[in-house]
Design a protein around this ligand. Structure first.
Ligand SMILES: NC(=O)c1ccc[n+]([C@@H]2O[C@H](COP(=O)([O-])OP(=O)(O)OC[C@H]3O[C@@H](n4cnc5c(N)ncnc54)[C@H](O)[C@@H]3O)[C@@H](O)[C@H]2O)c1
Length: 344
């Protein structure tokens, strides 16, 4: 069988994770790379033995025969690149969030269906060892039926370095979209993909607007999400707030038979407690995260999906990424209007 010919667009942190992921796989050739940082592109071309490089993604798609494309660019470019690639019959792995806006996200999924190709959005945080283990615990029934989940990803004074992140036209939103999309993804994944009924959210840009001229996204967001099964989820996401100066992921679950609390500070799991009773006695215990997965696994699963053929491709049309986009869009509409928003 001939090798899968892959092109990668974007050479920032995310693009480099995709390159590493493909390079580790047999039967995959990274044949093209596009990015605007000439020196970094040249270094990566050498490191990975890539035949062709380009400044712009359009030139890469025009010049090289590809089977699949990875997109790791500023978010507003996900849709035009994905749609152009899908129209050419290529499979697409795009970074999160799926797109800068809901209309773009819908157009991408529509094109994936019309072209009959894979459109997959990178959700690597659901593959973290702590999240995987919490998923196993919930799945085992140990916590009974979860009815409240509270989760967040909080940072202080860490507005991302690349300036496009702070521009709504290029990023689509602030930390709710950048970090919150991962949190919303793994919470709903752990709860078994329930449907969202309504959202109520607030966003603020107090610190970002002081620090950066033209900052027009939020620097912190908080959302209250009601699920159609009666459960409730809250999500907080910040790039900046007067809080501990660290990078913190946390999640709390309350279920009918038990609960769990997870805290990961600066990438170290500092708390992972399961709360329960046995024979009427407190039987709480500390859980241990399983092995971490990340971009390497996302990229491997994308390549495996392509290898499985058209019946499988139809199941990977980007609709999971679109569902997350619908929730976040509703959160922004709620924050703007000051009212709860129903998802139809
Ligand atoms: N899944 C994750 O954990 C994760 C982490 C970081 C970023 N991301 C996502 O990855 C994407 C990129 O983020 P980043 O931090 O790597 O950004 P970045 O700003 O560091 O890199 C963006 C890259 O896109 C390239 N680019 C821009 N316009 C282009 C064009 N016209 N043609 C070709 N290349 C072009 C730039 O040259 C640059 O190499 C974003 O969507 C972000 O949300 C995901």
């Amino acid at each position: 069988m001939s090798a899968l010919r892959v092109g990668v667009v974007g050479v920032g942190w995310a693009g480099q994770q995709h390159l590493k992921g493909y390079a580790a796989l047999p039967g995959v050739d990274i044949v093209a790379l596009a990015g605007m940082e000439t020196d970094r592109v040249a270094d990566l071309q050498k490191e990975y033995g890539i035949a062709a490089t380009f400044d712009r993604w359009e030139d890469m798609l025009d010049a090289v025969e590809l089977d699949a494309v990875s997109i790791a660019t500023p978010t507003f470019l996900h849709a035009p690149i994905a749609i152009a690639a899908l129209e050419r019959g290529l499979h697409v792995l795009t970074e999160k969030p799926i797109a800068a806006g809901l209309a773009d996200a819908r157009a991408m999924v529509e094109q994936a269906r019309v072209s009959g190709r894979v459109l997959q959005v990178v959700f690597n945080h659901r593959l973290r060892g702590d999240i995987s283990e919490l998923g196993r615990i919930i799945e085992s029934g140990e916590l009974g039926t979860p009815y409240i989940a509270k989760a967040g990803w909080l940072r202080r004074a860490r507005i991302p370095g690349s300036s496009w992140f702070a521009q709504k036209a290029q990023a689509g939103g602030g930390p709710l979209l950048d970090l919150g999309v991962h949190v919303i993804d793994y919470v709903l994944h752990l709860l078994g993909e329930p449907e969202v009924a309504t959202v109520s959210a607030s966003t603020y840009a107090e610190l970002g607007a002081q620090a950066i001229e033209g900052f027009d996204v939020e620097d912190i967001a908080i959302a209250f999400i009601r699920l159609t099964n009666g459960a409730t989820v809250t999500v907080e996401a910040s790039w900046d707030a007067y809080r501990a100066d660290n990078n913190e992921y946390w999640m709390t679950v309350y279920g009918t038979k038990g609960g769990a609390e997870l805290r990961v500070i600066d990438y170290e799991t500092t708390q992972f407690t399961v709360f329960r009773t046995k024979d009427g006695e407190n039987a709480d215990y500390q859980a241990t995260p399983s092995e971490n997965g990340g971009h390497d696994r996302v990229v491997r699963e994308f390549v495996e999906t392509i290898g499985r053929g058209a019946a499988e491709w139809a199941k990977h049309d980007g609709s999971l990424g679109l569902k997350r986009a619908e929730i976040i869009d509703a959160c922004y509409r709620s924050a703007e209007s000051g009212h709860e928003v129903a998802l139809s």
